[in-house]
Design a binder for this molecule. Structure first.
Ligand code: C2E
Ligand code: MG
Ligand code: MG
Length: 750
């Protein structure tokens, strides 16, 4: 620019000299001073004019420079790039105020210019918009699109331009505009859009409030959960209808102190319905750390809460009766003991429930329990809570009571209520119950001791004749200790092989000859001698030790009988008792197979005695097992017939061979009624094609009567007590020698 200025000044001087030179030539002598002065004045004037024009030009140039500088600065400041497109000749001028995405070709005849660098997805739209503007359809061109970056990637730009000149036909010849890098803006926009979309789509309700809890924004889920529209709540105070206003103040305080708040709340939907929500409040700070907003996020947990409540109800209540179950009882008892609250505990069960279940079916048994629970629930008040501990066992806790009068009147009332007949499915059921009672702290210092002692008292009540209540006392405790000692002794006896087998003969009533024998277990310890089956069998049945005892008896009996058969002393069957627990063993048949194989005793020499109670536990399963045993050639006898609750309908279906009449009926034969009873049993047995064995025959008179009633086999002290294996060998020898012919067992293999 300075170079140009100098050129102009020099030119002005030359003009001044040129103009003044003729004057000098005209009158050089006389008019010399005048001419000289004129020349000087003229030159001066020319110079002045030239100078002035130079100054003007310089000012103009300065302004131009400044304006260019300002344009450059403003473009730089805005981050925009200026472009100038000469449409006529296809050249494109671009200022490079920002790092160009790519080195765009300055002259291109492409349309739009630089189309190679426009993202293919955007190209069509950009072209369309450019066409529209060039056609005069839009006042200006504006397009957002991606343009290739120097690194090969894409950069979002905002391109704005306008046609600045047209030819005489109105066809655009030049267009100018700016290109703005909006990559960052676009990125932020996309993030914001993403957040907004997420906010709208999450299932949790979101409420944004200012620090005065005025609602600024809510999402869609908020409206879905609360039933309130955005318009209804926006710019209004955040409202928790079921809480006083100070609740929100407290939350605000917690937010300021701790930055967050969590809790479960109850609120009301627009339709008045109450719902439960898990509410989380957090704070929002600006870049300077200033607290600007609160954000509440909450989810509707009503359904979850309902399910939890249902689960806890199911976990805590007995599904059959709906009463609180054993778990609740245990925690309640522990609570009372921990807090040392005086209380009484009554534990009771039905004396004859098993028989009802066995004979009338479990479904009826269940109905009975439901009806019983209903009846007793009405009896017990709030301070006397009734629990079902399992099966037919119930408990009542009387809090803050150890007044004997209150307790005994409750126990009496319980018995009275239980004794009232129950009418179920056309059956009238008379049930009784035995109740054991303990007092805290007198009868036990911990829940286990209390429950154990209450159980002990209940068993004593049963043994004392049942249908009664009994308070626990120390002597009962001693008996419980004895029972535990017996259990230990049985364990020891099994280890030391103290269990042995005695045999009691079974005689044919007509010929008086031996047809078989019953194997009866004997427990003989070195210290205590013979322990009666009456005492150890019930205990071992309770503890499950009977399974092992039963196996020992079976093995020993099969071995002994095989020996007697081999010695030619015996040809009949040995009857072995099976307890319910043995009979229920899933591997019973395999166990018997194994024993028979080991002893080499043919299966038709074995008979198994089972009781009515055993088969009635699960009659269908029992029939199955019995059939499997019969298929092996093993005989089956129903033991102690008449003492259980077996139904004739079932008796018909059981694949039995023998029916053993219980000793109690034989003892009763001295009365006409007793005789009739035995007569009926024998008739039923014969109708079912069963052989009848009379147990416990002690007198010749009984034998005569049984003969008349056509009973086939006799077992009892009349012939012999149970004998040890050695004594039984002698008995067999005596039989062989005293009687020339041993009774041959007819149809042994049938
Ligand atoms: P049970 O199977 O009914 O056996 C008959 C019981 O009556 C035997 O008592 C026998 O000694 C007794 N008895 C037989 N005749 C007379 C008599 O004329 N007068 C009297 N007063 N009693 C007589 P025991 O041996 O004491 O057995 C009692 C019960 O123990 C058995 O009754 C049976 O239920 C059970 N038991 C015995 N041995 C076993 C065994 O090995 N396994 C199982 N599971 N139970 C057994
Ligand atoms: Mg028996
Ligand atoms: Mg019996």
């Amino acid at each position: 620019m300075n170079k140009n200025n100098n050129k102009i000044s020099k030119f002005a001087y030359l003009v001044a000299i040129f103009i003044s030179s003729p004057a000098l030539a005209l009158d050089w002598g006389s008019s010399m001073p005048y001419v000289l002065s004129s020349i000087l004045v003229f030159s001066f004037g020319v110079l002045l004019l030239a100078h002035l024009s130079i100054l003007k030009m310089r000012r103009y140039q300065n302004r131009l420079e400044q304006s260019e500088e300002r344009l450059r600065l403003s473009l730089w400041g805005s981050g925009d790039e200026l472009w100038d497109w000469n449409i006529a000749n296809g050249t494109l001028f671009r200022s490079s105020s920002w790092q160009n995405p790519v080195d765009l070709k300055p002259d291109t005849n492409q349309f739009p210019p630089n189309r190679d660098n426009i993202h293919p997805y955007d190209l069509e739209r950009v072209t369309e918009q450019l066409y529209q503007h060039l056609a005069g359809e839009t006042p200006f061109f504006e397009a957002t699109y991606r343009i290739r970056a120097a690194d090969g990637g894409w950069v979002w730009v905002l391109d704005r331009g306008k046609v600045v000149s047209t030819d005489i036909d109105g066809v655009a010849t030049r267009m100018t505009g700016t290109l703005k890098n909006i990559q960052l803006l676009k990125h932020t926009e996309e993030r914001l859009e993403l957040f907004a979309r997420c906010l709208e789509n999450i299932s949790d309700a979101v409420v944004i409030c200012d620090t005065n809890f005025t609602v600024l924004e809510v999402n869609q889920s908020f409206s879905e959960i609360t039933g309130k529209s955005r318009e209804q709540v926006i710019k209004k105070p955040f409202d928790l209808a079921m809480y006083p206003s100070r609740f929100l103040q407290e939350i605000g305080l917690a937010l300021q102190n701790h930055g967050s708040w969590q809790g479960e709340i109850k609120d009301q939907r627009q339709n008045g319905e109450i719902y439960q929500a898990e509410l989380n409040f957090d704070i929002v700070r600006d870049d300077h750390g200033l607290l600007t907003q609160y954000v509440a996020v909450f989810s509707d947990i009503s359904e979850r809460k309902r399910r939890e409540a249902e689960l806890s109800r199911l976990a805590n209540s007995d599904t059959l009766t709906g009463l609180p179950n054993r778990a609740v009882f245990s925690s309640e008892l522990s609570r009372l003991v921990e807090r040392e609250v005086r209380h009484a505990l009554l534990v009771f069960d039905l004396d004859n429930f098993k028989k009802i279940n066995d004979s009338l079916g479990h479904q009826l048994g269940d109905t009975l329990l439901i009806k019983l629970a209903e009846r007793l629930s009405q009896l017990t008040r709030q301070k006397e809570r009734l629990y079902r501990l399992g099966g037919d066992e119930f408990a009542i806790l009387l809090e803050n009571t150890n007044d004997i009068h209150t307790i005994t009147s409750l126990a009496k009332e319980l018995i009275k209520q239980i004794n009232q007949p129950f009418f179920i499915h056309q059956h009238e059921l008379a049930v009784t119950s035995s109740i054991g009672i303990v007092l805290y702290p007198e009868d036990g210092k911990d829940p286990e001791a209390l429950l154990r002692n209450a159980d002990t008292a209940m068993y004593h009540a049963k043994n004392d004749g049942a249908n009664r209540y009994l308070f626990f006392n120390d002597s009962m405790n001693k008996l419980a200790v004895k029972r535990l000692q017996l259990e230990n002794l049985i364990r020891h006896g099994l280890k030391e092989d103290y269990f042995t087998v005695y045999y009691q003969p079974k005689m044919d009533i007509l010929s008086g000859q031996l047809v078989g024998m019953e194997a009866l277990v004997r427990f003989i310890t070195p210290k205590r001698g013979l322990i009666s089956p009456a005492s150890f069998i019930p205990v071992s049945e309770e503890t499950g030790q009977i399974v092992e005892i039963g196996e020992v008896v079976l093995r020993k009996a099969c071995r002994d009988v095989k020996r007697w058969i081999d010695q030619g002393l015996f040809h009949g069957r040995v009857a072995v008792n099976l307890s319910v627990k043995q009979f229920m063993l899933p591997y019973l048949c395999e166990q018997i197979d194994d024993v028979l194989q080991e002893s080499e005793l043919p299966s038709y020499h074995l008979e198994l005695e089972i009781t009515e109670g055993t088969v009635m536990q699960s009659p269908k399963m029992a029939i199955d097992t019995m059939k499997k045993l019969r298929a092996r050639g093993i005989h089956l006898a129903m033991d102690d017939f008449g003492t259980g609750y077996s139904s004739l309908a079932y008796l018909k279906q059981f694949p039995l061979n023998t029916l053993k009449i219980d000793k109690a009926f034989i003892d009763d034969m001295n009365t006409a009624r007793g005789r009739n009873m035995v007569d009926t049993i024998v008739t039923i047995a014969h109708n079912l094609s069963l052989t009848v064995v009379a147990e416990g025959v002690e007198q010749a008179e009984q034998l005569q009567q049984l003969k008349q009633l056509r009973c086939e086999i006799i077992q009892g002290y009349y012939y012999s007590k149970p004998l040890s294996a050695a004594d039984f060998t002698q008995f067999l020898l005596d039989q062989k020698h005293s009687k020339p012919k041993l009774a041959a067992v007819p149809n042994l293999i049938s």
